[in-house]
Design a protein around this ligand. Structure first.
Ligand SMILES: Nc1ncnc2c1ncn2[C@@H]1O[C@H](COP(=O)(O)OP(=O)(O)O)[C@@H](O)[C@H]1O
Ligand SMILES: [Mg+2]
Length: 350
């Protein structure tokens, strides 16, 4: 049985994609089998895995790899073709056994309109009945083919039909955010939107026309894992005071607004489960400081910051000593994040 985790925040630039890649890598490093899904038409995750530096690199990839991306794999459902969906032939991530990618497609946004209409659950649904359940079905059959323990779904910012579908049909979601005023506002908005989405999904799953579709819309059972706060500067090993202020604001937005809203919609795990995984009442899964210059090496080498070697960064002597201790700190942070995710999701829920 695979566990689907959506990484979501309607705010952009909060490390959703970076975290998806790093967390996927760490879970695979810990022996799990992981499929990452690039569900953002911007295809940033795809760009972290494939070398897209050439001008038409993405176009060429699509041409040479027919059907090997999220949009094309869903085409039988979206174009009402009389052939069943097939598992995606995932891209294995170089350098990390057990880690795979379903590449994104820049034109996925075009399918969003029909999905949006289908998800209005109106009378006209008959012809579009296979759309709402198609994503989950595709992930299930692909996960089965790869014997995947986890499917990590990287989403675009925004509140469109694809995000609504993929968040509401996941088993869990986590919220990457940055210590700034926009992330605090985004938490408030998630507190309103996510319960609306799951109550929509609940209605959808009870609709005969969707239950009888080729790809029935699943009954939602979404739970919240926590937030990841990322990209702040350190001074003497602690976030600087300018950032500290936003940590506190995020903490109260989570504890006072988000958790009560999710609780009311039955999306929280038991308190003891968060505690056993090492989280306090603010449900912070990880605090990840700014990678600084390491991010450039990580992007260039297509591997997470925590796996960089001396050869990767090309630094000698004393300079390497400092860099190495930074890398080891990030490694510890991501190991702890991986362990917490495993602990929270492996409680016998499914
Ligand atoms: N901890 C970090 N330190 C430094 N840069 C980061 C960190 N996390 C992400 N970034 C950079 O910030 C930018 C936005 O991150 P990204 O993961 O693409 O966010 P999102 O997917 O939420 O839009 C990217 O250029 C990424 O390389
Ligand atoms: Mg992104």
């Amino acid at each position: 049985m695979t566990t689907k985790i959506a990484l979501f925040n309607n705010k952009g630039g909060v490390s959703k994609t970076t975290t998806c890649f790093n967390l996927g890598w760490m879970l695979a490093q810990r022996g799990k089998r992981v499929i990452m899904v690039d569900a953002d038409p911007q295809c940033n995750l795809t760009g972290m895995v494939l070398d897209l530096s050439g001008e038409d690199a993405l176009e060429e990839f699509y041409k040479a790899n027919a059907g090997r991306n999220l949009k094309d794999a869903l085409e039988p459902a979206f174009k009402s073709r009389p052939v069943p969906l097939k598992p995606v032939d995932c891209v294995p991530v170089t350098g990390r056994d057990g880690l795979f990618l379903i590449p994104g497609h820049v034109a996925l946004a075009e399918d969003e309109t029909s999905l949006g209409i289908a998800q209005q659950l109106s009378e006209s649904l008959q012809g579009l009945r296979n759309l709402p359940g198609s994503f989950s079905h595709l992930f299930e059959i692909t996960a089965e083919k790869y014997r995947a323990d986890y499917v990590l779904i990287d989403l675009s910012p925004g509140l469109g039909a694809v995000n609504q579908n993929l968040v509401a049909t996941s088993d869990y979601f986590l919220v990457p955010c940055s210590p700034d005023v926009f992330s605090v506002m985004a938490i408030d908005s998630l507190a309103r939107v996510i319960p609306r989405w799951t109550s929509w999904a609940d209605r959808a799953s009870k609709l005969d026309v969707l239950a009888e579709a080729d790809y029935p819309f699943p009954k939602p059972d979404l739970k919240f894992l926590g937030v990841i706060i990322q990209r702040f500067r350190l001074k003497n090993g602690k976030a600087t005071s300018a950032f500290q202020k936003y940590f506190e604001k995020l903490n109260s937005a989570v504890a006072e607004t988000l958790v009560p809203a999710l609780s009311g919609a039955n999306m929280m795990l038991e308190n003891s489960e968060y505690q056993n995984a090492g989280l306090d009442s603010h449900l912070v899964l990880a605090e990840i400081s700014d990678f600084n210059t390491l991010i450039a090496h990580s992007q260039q080498k297509r591997k997470p910051v925590f796996t960089l070697t001396q050869e990767d960064v090309g630094r000698g002597g004393k300079l390497w000593g400092n860099t190495e201790s930074n890398i080891l700190n990030f490694k510890k942070t991501f190991e702890e994040l991986g362990d917490r995710i495993t602990a929270l999701t492996e409680e016998a829920r499914h």
